[in-house]
Design a protein around this ligand. Structure first.
Ligand code: ATP
Ligand code: MG
Length: 571
């Protein structure tokens, strides 16, 4: 296509509202424009990338035997009441009423609608397994829409749902999706990891996330250096502590003044004890209840683990003002002795001897605290976040951390929705059984952001060939030279005829502006018809990623470009 005829509104200025690089470059490159918070239009280049993503997703879903459908975006509230999520989904679900006063919502996901479809259309075990998918706009009224396409309120998702007769079948369907997802992310040309994940509010038994490695990612991954263990930090298990062999005799518990010492480090210094001798007490709201969570002073509470231990659907740390206002507990001096709330303790805490903790009184701590003797605990378990010194739970190898962006998530759901919504089929013996389900999401529009977070430099985007809006950008630098212009036009036609996706920069712009835009847009290969061509009859081919340039005779150029593209697209 001709650059002069496309809407590609590039800008030099970095937009003030854009904090992360992908958001900046998507705006500067004219890929997207904001309508309102978290809601974007895709301009021609942005939409071309989106279509590339969708095509690869479709091809691999179809290859895995899934069937594409398209379900409505407006969903009846009744279905959500049947599943129980009308009450539980929270404010991300955009609810409204139609003129007949019926409750409705905009689809944030489609378990209810697809389960309703299945209970109407799938009657017998002979029709199973079935996997239905769609690529559709979703709406979630996120509390903090931010980072452009990374966390929108309106975004595009591929969501798939499998229906099986039994658990074995459901595992096979899950496995097919696991393979398909690995093919999809490999074909995108992105550096990603599949990690063990928490099942979250969608529920169900186990799940994996697909993470694109990028520093701006909102998730932390725990990876082993020696084996292929990879987990979301939310889920990464810590093995139970070794039994203690030291023989420290338990002391009396004593209340001591620690004026102004509110932080673990300052209490440790003041009392001359190591931080691992201190019990850190944090207050959380878990659904309707407030609870206290205990970890060693040198550890962090992992909120998702706490949520799972409590069986809560939402857990949130309370801040100092809330804790004082609602509970009259002085932050910095809170402890489990005589704690009015239920207490959940990390495994390590239960093994502590002669520990220090807050006395629930401003300016005071207790010393010589022994958990089993001095306070009561309602729940114990693995509550703390994995730390750098922990070992791999599979092989004992050293762990390391990376930041990542969640671009896909696959779940084994079991019968959570089919049982709640009475979605059954007739089995071989003639009885009625609920479907065993799985669900599988890909953040189609988020992939644009993830791709750019991972692939850019200070000049702009560096698209991997499979996702690039165009494969080649052809620059005519001799707009006022009839000979060069004629050659560039001819080359453009040849590239088109060879099936190459080419953007022809035929604008009446200075060479500098054309080079800058080509770099900003991130098109993998740049062909220049300019001075060298005039002098030596050679074209310049430049690789956006490596920066390498090659001089080619005009006759060779098309074949060389085609060969490079074919190589990059080869799975
Ligand atoms: P997150 O933890 O990032 O909020 P999620 O667990 O809510 O994601 P799912 O319900 O599993 O996400 O949705 C499937 C996929 O949709 C995610 O893997 C992600 O890539 C994408 N996605 C989810 N929320 C958004 C959003 N607000 N904007 C863009 N993409 C999103
Ligand atoms: Mg979410």
């Amino acid at each position: 296509m001709r650059y002069s005829q496309l809407l590609i509104p590039t800008t030099k200025e970095v937009p003030a509202e854009a904090e992360v690089i992908s958001h900046q470059l998507l705006l500067r490159g004219g890929f997207i424009r904001k309508l309102t918070a978290g809601v974007y239009s895709y301009l021609p280049l942005g939409f071309r990338v989106l279509r590339k993503v969708m095509t690869i997703v479709r091809e691999e879903m179809d290859r895995a035997g899934a069937q594409e459908i398209l379900m409505p975006m407006v969903q009846p509230g009744d279905l959500w009441m049947e599943s129980g999520r009308w009450q539980h989904y929270g404010p991300e679900l955009l609810r409204f009423r139609d003129r007949g006063e019926r409750d409705c919502c905009l689809s944030p996901t489609a378990e209810e609608v697809v389960t309703d479809l299945a209970r109407r259309e799938l009657r017998s075990y002979r029709q199973l397994p079935v996997n239905l998918y769609q690529i559709q706009t979703k709406y979630r009224d996120e509390m903090r829409p931010r980072f452009g396409l990374m966390r929108g309120r309106e975004f595009i998702m591929k969501d798939a749902y499998s229906f099986d007769a039994d658990d074995e079948g459901a595992s096979a369907s899950y496995e097919k999706m696991r393979v398909a997802y690995n093919r999809i992310f490999t074909r995108f040309g992105l550096d990603y990891r599949m990690v063990d994940a928490d099942s979250g509010s969608i529920g169900g038994s186990f799940s994996h996330e697909f993470m694109v490695l990028a520093d701006a990612g909102e998730d932390t991954l725990v990876l082993c250096r020696d084996c292929d263990y990879a987990s979301n930090v939310e889920k990464a298990a810590v093995s139970a502590p070794e039994p203690r062999h030291d023989t420290e005799a338990p002391q009396e518990m004593q209340r001591i003044a620690t004026p102004g010492k509110k932080k673990v480090a300052s209490v440790a210094e003041f009392l001359n004890v190591p931080p691992e001798k201190i019990i850190k007490t944090l207050i959380f709201r878990a659904d309707e209840e407030c609870v206290a969570a205990l970890v060693r002073g040198d550890r962090e509470v992992q909120t998702v683990k706490l949520k799972n231990l409590l069986g809560a659907s939402e857990v949130e740390a309370l801040n100092e003002d809330q804790i004082w206002e609602h509970l009259r507990l002085p932050v910095g001096y809170i402890g489990p002795v005589n704690m009015p709330l239920r207490v959940a303790a990390d495994n390590e805490v239960m093994d502590m001897v002669n520990a220090v903790c807050g006395a629930n009184e401003k300016g005071f701590h207790y010393q010589g605290v022994n958990p089993k003797r001095d306070f009561s605990v309602q729940m114990t378990g693995d509550l703390r976040q994995v730390a750098a010194e922990d070992r791999c739970p599979h092989c004992g190898g050293p762990l390391h951390f990376r930041e990542g962006m969640e671009v896909g998530h696959i779940f084994k759901l079991g019968t959570k929705y089919s049982a709640a919504m009475n979605a059954t089929f007739q089995d071989a013996e003639g009885g009625q059984k609920p479907f065993v389900m799985g669900c599988y999401g890909i953040g189609v529009s988020r992939i644009l952001a993830a791709c750019i977070e991972q692939n850019h430099d200070d000049k702009g985007i560096i698209f991997p060939v499979p996702l690039a809006p165009f494969q080649v950008i052809l620059l005519n630098l001799g707009m006022d030279d009839a000979d060069l212009t004629q050659r560039a036009e001819q080359l453009y036609q040849e590239l088109l005829a060879a099936g190459v996706e080419v953007l022809f920069d035929d604008r009446d712009e200075r060479p500098g502006a054309k080079f800058n835009d080509a770099d900003l847009l991130g098109i993998p290969f740049r062909l220049t018809v300019g001075k060298t061509f005039k002098k030596e009859g050679k074209l310049e081919l430049r690789d956006r990623k490596s920066g390498e340039t090659t001089l080619l005779a005009a006759e060779e150029a098309v074949a060389e470009v085609k060969a490079r593209i074919a190589k990059a697209l080869d799975l």
